[in-house]
Design a protein around this ligand. Structure first.
Ligand SMILES: C[S@@+](CC[C@H](N)C(=O)[O-])C[C@H]1O[C@@H](n2cnc3c(N)ncnc32)[C@H](O)[C@@H]1O
Length: 210
């Protein structure tokens, strides 16, 4: 007997077969809300690496990419950042608003592949944690270009993805990153500041500035 695929991979495959790289996220969140699936990245606490890294915001603007249920956005907000947080899945955005009714975070439904024009060079901190790797590699260059475009002069981008060099190859999601792909966030005036592996080498943690 074979082990059934987790719901995220089954939904991802169907969505990708229809040429839609992101439709499965909304399907997974709604299936989870019905108790029919688990969202594997849901922790109900902020990302531990971001919690260890976070700096005081002093009212500056932060953008959280793929904000899911809002824990990382709320962490940054409590550190003094003026946070915009976006996710392509409306159910996730609504769940974040419901979980944090008093929040000052601006939770928005948006697609990294087609972001609002006013976000260009607009954020002093941009946080991207394991979202781009959840889309197939065909979309990676466009997603990275979009990400780099959010960063304001003098700002910091934090990027963390599963490290290809230290994980066994498996059918995605996720589709892990190479070092060169992480480094490619340094484009269009963005510079790499640091790149390290964390979590026993299984993830990259990189910072950039413009
Ligand atoms: C693997 S989860 C990671 C969530 C969160 N960043 C974390 O660290 O737990 C990917 C998230 O990004 C969202 N997402 C995927 N593609 C996206 C896109 N193109 N634009 C915006 N959000 C996207 C998904 O809906 C999902 O909430």
């Amino acid at each position: 007997m074979t082990t059934p695929d987790p719901a995220d991979r089954v939904l991802a495959r169907a969505s990708l077969a229809e040429g839609n790289p992101t439709g499965w996220f909304e399907q997974l969140y709604t299936a989870a809300a019905r108790g029919e699936a688990k969202v594997p990245w849901t922790r109900n606490v902020p990302n531990a690496d971001l919690a260890a890294w976070v700096r005081p915001g002093e009212g500056r603007r932060a953008l959280v990419v793929g904000s899911a249920l809002g824990d990382d956005a709320e962490l940054l907000s409590s550190a003094g950042w003026a946070v915009t947080a976006f996710d392509v899945a409306p159910t996730a955005v609504e769940a974040a608003r419901t979980r944090f009714p008093e929040s000052t975070v601006d939770y928005v439904v948006a697609d990294l592949l087609k972001p609002p024009g006013e976000w260009h060079h607009a954020f002093d901190l941009v946080v991207e944690i394991i979202n781009i790797q959840a889309m197939p590699r065909d979309f990676r260059a466009a997603a990275i270009a979009s990400l780099a475009g959010f960063l304001a002069p003098g700002g910091t981008a934090v990027v963390s993805e599963v490290a290809e060099e230290n994980v066994a190859p498996e059918p995605g999601p996720p589709w892990p990153f190479s070092r060169a792909e992480i480094e490619s966030v340094a484009q269009d005036g963005v510079r790499l500041v640091s790149l390290e592996t964390i979590r026993d080498g299984s993830r990259y943690w990189a910072t950039f500035t413009r």
